[in-house]
Design a protein around this ligand. Sequence first.
Ligand code: F6P
Length: 522
Amino acid sequence: MNAETDGTWRRLREHSRRLGPVHLRQLLRDERRTPELVASLDDLTLDFSREKLDAAALEDLVQLARNADVEGMRERMVAAEPINSSERRAVLHMALRGGAPAPAGADVVVERDRFLDFAEQVRAGPFRDVLSLGIGGSHLGPAMAARALTPDHDGPRLHHVSNIDGADLADTVRGLDPARTLVIVCSKSFGTLETMANARLARAWLGDRAPAHMVGVSANPAACREFGIPQDRIFGFWDWVGGRFSVWSAVGLSLAIGIGARRFRSLLSGAADMDRHFRSAPLRHNLPVLHALVGIWRRNLMGWPSVALVPYDQRLDRFVAFIQQLEMESNGKRVTRDGEPAGGSTSPVIWGEPGSNAQHSFFQFLHQGTDTVPVDFLIAARPRDADRGHHALLQANCLAQGQALALGRTADEVAAALRAGGEDEGAVARLVPHLLLPGDRPSTTVTYRSLDPYSLGRLVALYEHRVFVQGVIWGVNSHDQWGVEHGKVLADGLIPALRDGAAVEADPSTRALVARLRDLGS
Ligand code: F6P
């Protein structure tokens, strides 16, 4: 990203200086503007009309993607070039769902059929519960999707445990019968502290039934065998599948057991359709590209450091955590692929909570706080369970929040309402500052017919490609995560002190914290 010298960036900064002072209320007076800021793939629509944007600014954003050679990088990814340069790996999660060719020698279809056949066997068998252990990318994808697809669930009950906090496993196995529980240990490396500690606990809980009740999902089958999992219960994937992009592989086994192979394949085909769109649609009509560019506009041109993700769908309550990892682990980087300073801001903070709950917690801050936080709303046209009337209440709330954020409520409107309610002029003057909403706060609204396996697959792939495009424009490697490694090493160093009372060699603050926990815990 060369934001200083590049002509496109210069033009974009002019657009931001032009549009920055124009209130969204005014932008929304232009009837022609809305259709220019809406893009669709079948029933999936991204509506950017409540962003502080217009078609001219969007054209230059598209030019930015062209300049960064997003299309070239995309082809390098598809051609299995090692675009994850710091780990010298290709990035081919698209191959897991047929959205790109698999690299030579990788039996993607064979391995997929194997784990989906196994899923069907489990569904037909005696297990009442499936306990999947894993963390980060080996947890969030299946846990998020299992929750999102609750109505599609007709298999054994699913439980996903990730935290090294023993409470997570203890609370989950309470009430489960080890004789009727299958444990899946999901870890790309099969060496992650949290997962392995929980796997050992689960193995002890299963007693004599382990390892017959255990399954391993990993890119490191040797470590699975060493742990005691028989070869025919090990399902593999490849080093070219990043953890946070792995739900499409056997990492999704728990989900496949819950919803069945047919629906799991439908999830894959939704993602593959998004892949085809991403690979073939012109940039100006390419949903992931446009979604990414609006993010760049918010972050680098308007300077907003965070984004609130607010699905109006209770079953997407784990979607926020999933997208947090996807975006922040991928693009939370400060140097380019060449190790030079990134030269501008990269990933925003992603946070959020489903609506309408969030309206009764942090929306006050969004409407009247001192910071502007753009919002991404997601809402289905059709409910899966509720009747249409009930769903309309949800939809009305979703649309109204974006409306209130964009338009606000002026002093005149507030004063008129107060007078109409019988307030005297003194009260009106006193209350107006508290009641007015500044508005001019942007949002994007994502709509789709209904949340089913196909549409979830498409939605997740949309965000995956959005992350890719932003990474290319920022010039960072979106596929490594070195920042999380050092803390793991330090934790290993502190375990003897906290578990066995060994001497601790550390800075004074850490030593004091260790001493305090030891004293209090003894
Ligand atoms: O700590 C981060 C991370 O490396 C993630 O990228 C990954 O998804 C997670 O840990 C789990 O790793 P594994 O699947 O190897 O257990």
